[in-house]
Design a binder for this molecule. Structure first.
Ligand SMILES: Nc1ncnc2c1ncn2[C@@H]1O[C@H](COP(=O)(O)OP(=O)(O)OP(=O)(O)O)[C@@H](O)[C@H]1O
Ligand SMILES: [Mg+2]
Length: 238
C-alpha cells in the first residue's frame, strides 16, 4: 500500500481545513503499522484516504497494484467490499443478525458464495465457534470485537484498517484482541493500518507513524509503550 504526496482539504476555499498535508508512505505487504498523533492531527483522515473511504484532494493511493485515484465510485465500492476489511471502535455489528450472519455479511454484499471451510477457520481463530447463533447483544465487548475481526477477514482482504479498535474495551480484553489480530494477520499476510491514541495499543504494531497537524512527523520501528509515549510528548514541538 502506498500513499504518494497525499493531501486532503476539507471545506470550501473560504474556510478550508488541511487535514493531511503532503503525506507519503509505503506500507509493505504483511506489515502492521500504527498511526498516532494528537486529536485533530489527521489520523482518521489518513486511514480513510488509505482505505478508499475518502478521496484525497491531491496525491495518489495505491492498494496492491491498483491506483485508487483513477477509479470511479462503483469500482471503489467493489475494492472496499472485496479487498479491504474494516474494524471500528464501536464494532458496527447489526443487532438483528446472528454472529454468523454478521461475519458473512461482506460476502453477501459482494455477491460471493459462503466458503464454509474458511468460515469455520476464521471463526475458530477468533474463538467464537460456539457463539455462531448468538446476537451481538448477548456477547461481551471483546467477543463483539472478535466478531468484527472475523467479519473483516472473511473476504480474505489484502488490507485491514482499524480506527481505535480497542477503544471501547478494558485494557486486558483490548490486549487479547490485539494479540489475536496480530497473530491472524501474521499468518494471513494482510497489511494492517491501525489508528490509536494509546501507546500500549500502538506497541502491538511493528512500526508507528506519527502525525502532527496533518504532516508525517516521524516513525518508530519495533516500538515499546515507553518509546512511543516519549515521542508523543515531543510531537507538539513539530
Ligand atoms: N468531514 C470533515 N469536514 C471538515 N473538516 C474535517 C472533516 N473531517 C475531519 N476534518 C478536520 O480535519 C482535521 C483532522 O481530522 P481527523 O478526524 O483526521 O483527526 P484525528 O487525528 O483522527 O483526531 P481524533 O484523534 O480526535 O480522532 C481536523 O481539524 C478536523 O476538524
Ligand atoms: Mg480520529
Amino acid at each position: 500500500m502506498r500513499l504518494a504526496s497525499v493531501s486532503k482539504v476539507y471545506g470550501d476555499p473560504a474556510n478550508a481545513v488541511t487535514a493531511l498535508h503532503d503525506v507519503s508512505v509505503q506500507l509493505d505487504r504483511g506489515s502492521f503499522t500504527a498511526v498516532m498523533g494528537p486529536s485533530g492531527s489527521g489520523k482518521s483522515t489518513f486511514l480513510h484516504c488509505a482505505a478508499g473511504l475518502d478521496r484525497p484532494t491531491s496525491g495518489a493511493v495505491t492498494l496492491g497494484d491498483t491506483d485508487l485515484s483513477g477509479l470511479g465510485e462503483k469500482a471503489l465500492t467493489k475494492i472496499r467490499r472485496e479487498r479491504v476489511g474494516f474494524i471500528f471502535q464501536s464494532y458496527n455489528l447489526l443487532p438483528s443478525l446472528t454472529v454468523e450472519q454478521n461475519i458473512t455479511l461482506p460476502l453477501r454484499l459482494a455477491g460471493r458464495p459462503a466458503d464454509h471451510a474458511w468460515l469455520s477457520r476464521v471463526v475458530a481463530d477468533v474463538g467464537l465457534s460456539d457463539r455462531l447463533a448468538y446476537r451481538p447483544s448477548q456477547l461481551s465487548g471483546g467477543q463483539q470485537q472478535r466478531v468484527a475481526i472475523a467479519r473483516a477477514l472473511i473476504t480474505r482482504p489484502d488490507a485491514i484498517f482499524a480506527d481505535e479498535p480497542t477503544g471501547a474495551l478494558d485494557s486486558r480484553t483490548g490486549q487479547q484482541v490485539l494479540r489475536l489480530l496480530r497473530e491472524i494477520v501474521h499468518a494471513g499476510g494482510q497489511t494492517v493500518l491501525m489508528v490509536t491514541h494509546d501507546p500500549v495499543v500502538a506497541s502491538f504494531a511493528q512500526r508507528v507513524l506519527f502525525l502532527a497537524d496533518g504532516r508525517l512527523a516521524g516513525a518508530l520501528d519495533e516500538p515499546s509503550p515507553e518509546t512511543i509515549a516519549e515521542r508523543m510528548t515531543h510531537l507538539g514541538e513539530w
